[in-house]
Design a protein around this ligand. Structure first.
Ligand SMILES: O=C1C[C@@H](O)[C@H](O)[C@@H](O)C1=O
Ligand SMILES: [Co+2]
Length: 303
């Protein structure tokens, strides 16, 4: 069931975490890129610790790797559209200079993802006026992305105002599909709503970037019971690589193929690199992808 149009990547977040710079700080760029080559992925996403384009491009070319895109925290509601657009323009210049295709946007106004708040209970919500501002602002960012030859993919995220399927529905219904596409992250969808397929079924045509994040359901249940924050939960091991948790990625992959998906699928499993050895987990993901997705085997997953 291999599909030549799909490109496989793995995100630096298993090695280093932009939100907790002290963990994995010993993992350099060459270490990360070397591991990606060993695990036979075609590329990655840019992390906050990546160097300027000239240096990065050389390191990528030497290893025949690509950068698919990079995360952008927008503050459209908090700072206004003009300010967000200015910051995003600079971001897009960087993406263009490194040959990336995807501008991954998450609206971080009122976000609790970096706070010591209960991620399972205390997510923010937006007022009617705030939603309107977000629709307009994202369309403007989408137009900026296009002007650089990029695609904006909105990332619904735990602890933000656009987290649940209902919130994604609202955003998708009020934004122009030619300007605002969707990033499908299996882990966030599952932990938020207890289901990962409805988003895929409803927005196949709008999904332009994919994050494969597996979930350890028992760890997640314990984190939910204990009211942990986002960072506490992923450091405890809420997320892992595909094949190591409860999500059946054969269902996801089959739908993506059936829907004609032709973008990146990036393995993105934030955990503590001191506990989950990054290369060991990258290889675990590679084995799962080869055996159960590309070779079409059936994994006995729980959901
Ligand atoms: O795409 C992502 C980027 C990270 O910074 C974020 O916290 C993570 O959960 C994610 O899905
Ligand atoms: Co993600």
């Amino acid at each position: 069931m291999a599909n030549r149009k799909i490109r496989w990547g793995i995100a630096p977040i298993g090695w280093r975490n932009d939100d907790i710079p002290e963990i994995g700080a010993e993992n350099t760029l060459s270490h990360l890129l070397g591991d990606i080559v060993v695990a036979r992925f075609e590329g990655t996403e840019a992390g906050g610790f990546f160097p300027e384009p000239q240096i990065l491009n050389k390191e990528l070319q030497l290893r025949n790797l690509k950068v698919a895109g990079k995360w952008f925290s927008s503050y459209i509601i908090r700072d206004g559209i003009a300010s967000a657009a200015q910051a995003f323009d600079t971001h897009c210049q960087f993406l263009q200079a490194i040959g990336a295709e995807m501008a991954i946007v998450s609206e971080q106004t009122y976000s609790i993802q970096g706070l010591e708040a209960n991620i399972f209970r205390d997510k923010p919500t937006f007022s009617k006026e705030e939603w309107k501002c977000l629709y307009e602002g994202l369309e403007e960012l989408g137009a900026i992305a296009h002007s650089y030859g990029l695609t904006l993919a909105f990332h619904p995220h735990l602890g933000t105002g656009v987290q649940t399927k209902a919130e994604v529905d609202q955003l998708m219904a009020h934004t122009d599909p030619s300007l605002v596409s969707l990033l499908y992250d299996t882990g966030h969808a599952y932990v938020s709503d207890g289901a990962f397929l409805p988003l895929l079924d409803d927005y196949m045509d709008r999904i332009k970037h994919v994050h494969f994040k597996d979930v350890r359901s028992e760890v997640t249940d314990a984190c939910r019971r204990d009211g942990l924050s986002f960072q506490q939960a992923f450091l405890k091991g809420m997320f892992t690589v595909p094949g190591d948790g409860c999500i059946d990625f054969t269902k996801v992959y089959r739908r993506l193929i059936r829907g004609g998906y032709d973008g990146w699928i990036v393995v993105e499993a934030e955990q503590d690199p001191n506990i989950a050895h990054p290369l060991e987990y990258a290889l675990k993901a590679r084995r799962y992808i080869d055996s159960y997705l590309l070779a079409g085997g059936e994994k006995q997953a729980t959901i």
